[in-house]
Design a binder for this molecule. Structure first.
Ligand SMILES: [Zn+2]
Length: 317
C-alpha cells in the first residue's frame, strides 16, 4: 500500500466528516446569505499520527525502521499531493453517501469529495415553530449527490430536509459553495421563527416575526424598525388610540405605564425606554446589532412579566 494512497484515504476521510459538520452548523445556526468556512486544511502532524508507520513499512517488507527525517519527507510529499487533489475536486453532498471503499484498495479514485449530509435540528413551521429533528431526503427528480457546477470550485447544491415529527413537506436549502465557503442563498420556505410563549396571543406578533427575519437576513435597521412598530402598535391598541391620532411615543409610554399593575416590577417596565432607544437608532440610521438583541430581550421580558401581572382594567396582554 503506497504511502500516497494511505494519506489520501485518511485526509479525505477526515475532510468528509469535517465538511459534514460545517453543513450542520450552517443549517442549524446560520440564516439566509450567511456563511460558514469548512475546514479542509491538511495538517502534516495529524496525518503522521493517523498512520501506523511501523506497520506500513513492515507489511511492505521494509522492515528496517526508517529515519524520522525520511518519514517526514515522504509524508510531506504525500500531504502536498493530497492537498492539491483535495483543493481541486468538486464536492458532492449525499443523502446516502457511497461507500468510501477500503483503505487497502489501491484502485480507489478521488474524483470528488463525497460528503454524507448530517441530520440536523431546526425549527419546523408545521410543528408550531418548535425545533425538531430533520433528516436529509432526496429531492424529487434530482439524482442524489448532484450539484450545479458554476465554475471550478464554485457549485450550487440543493439540500432537502424533512421534519421527522410531522413529515409534511421538506424544506429545500440552496447552498452555494465557493472554495471552502458555504453560503445559504435560498430556501423553499421562509425560515420558521419561534415566538416566545408569553407573546403567542399578542396581535402584534407579526412585527416580532418580521424583526427576527430582517435581523437574520442582515437587515439590522429594518429589524429595529419592526421592534419599534411592535411597541408602538401595542401601546396604541391597549390605550385605544385612534388610528389617525398623532401621539408622541413618550406620551404613549407614560399613559401605558399608568395601566400597569401597581406591583408590576420596575425593572420590567422597559417598553418606553426601549422605544426611545430604537427611535434614536432609527433617526441616526444606526445599524446597532447589540441594540436589537437587547431590545428584543427586553420586549420578551416585559410580556413574560405581564403574564404574571396582567393589566388590571383590560383582558389584553
Ligand atoms: Zn414538523
Amino acid at each position: 500500500m503506497p504511502l500516497n494512497s494511505i494519506v489520501l484515504y485518511r485526509v479525505f476521510e477526515k475532510t468528509r466528516s469535517s465538511v459534514s459538520e460545517s453543513v450542520r452548523t450552517l443549517l442549524e445556526h446560520k440564516h439566509l446569505y450567511q456563511s460558514v468556512e469548512a475546514d479542509i486544511s491538511v495538517d502534516r502532524e495529524e496525518v503522521r499520527k493517523s498512520i501506523d508507520l511501523e506497520r506500513l513499512y513492515t507489511t511492505n517488507d521494509h522492515i528496517a525502521v526508517l529515519q524520522r527525517s525520511v518519514n517526514d519527507k515522504h509524508i510531506g510529499t504525500a500531504v502536498d499531493c493530497t492537498r492539491k487533489i483535495l483543493e481541486a475536486v468538486p464536492w458532492r453532498f449525499w443523502v446516502d453517501q457511497p461507500d468510501p471503499g477500503d483503505i487497502n484498495d489501491s484502485s480507489l479514485e478521488y474524483k470528488s469529495l463525497d460528503i454524507q449530509l448530517p441530520d440536523i435540528k431546526v425549527a419546523c413551521d408545521f410543528c408550531d415553530d418548535t425545533v425538531q429533528p430533520h433528516n436529509p431526503v432526496r429531492v424529487n427528480g434530482l439524482e442524489d449527490g448532484v450539484a450545479a457546477e458554476l465554475e471550478s470550485q464554485k457549485q450550487i447544491f440543493f439540500l432537502s430536509y424533512l421534519c421527522q415529527s410531522c413529515k409534511r413537506e421538506s424544506v429545500i436549502y440552496v447552498v452555494r459553495r465557493q472554495e471552502r465557503k458555504l453560503t445559504i442563498v435560498g430556501r423553499s420556505r421562509f425560515e420558521s421563527v419561534p415566538i416566545p410563549k408569553a407573546m403567542e396571543k399578542l396581535q402584534e406578533t407579526r412585527f416580532y416575526r418580521d424583526a427576527v427575519i430582517a435581523f437574520n437576513s442582515g437587515k439590522t435597521l429594518a429589524s429595529l424598525f419592526y421592534l419599534r412598530t411592535l411597541i408602538e402598535q401595542y401601546f396604541r391598541r391597549v390605550l385605544a388610540v385612534d388610528k389617525d391620532e398623532k401621539v408622541r411615543g413618550e406620551d404613549l409610554a407614560r399613559n401605558y405605564r399608568k395601566l400597569l399593575d401597581e406591583d408590576f416590577p420596575m425593572k420590567f417596565d422597559i417598553l418606553g425606554n426601549t422605544y426611545d432607544s430604537l427611535s434614536n437608532a432609527l433617526h441616526a440610521a444606526c445599524e446597532d446589532k447589540a441594540l436589537y438583541i437587547n431590545a428584543k430581550a427586553d420586549i420578551e421580558k416585559h410580556f413574560e412579566a405581564l403574564v404574571l401581572l396582567p393589566i388590571p382594567q383590560t383582558s389584553e396582554t
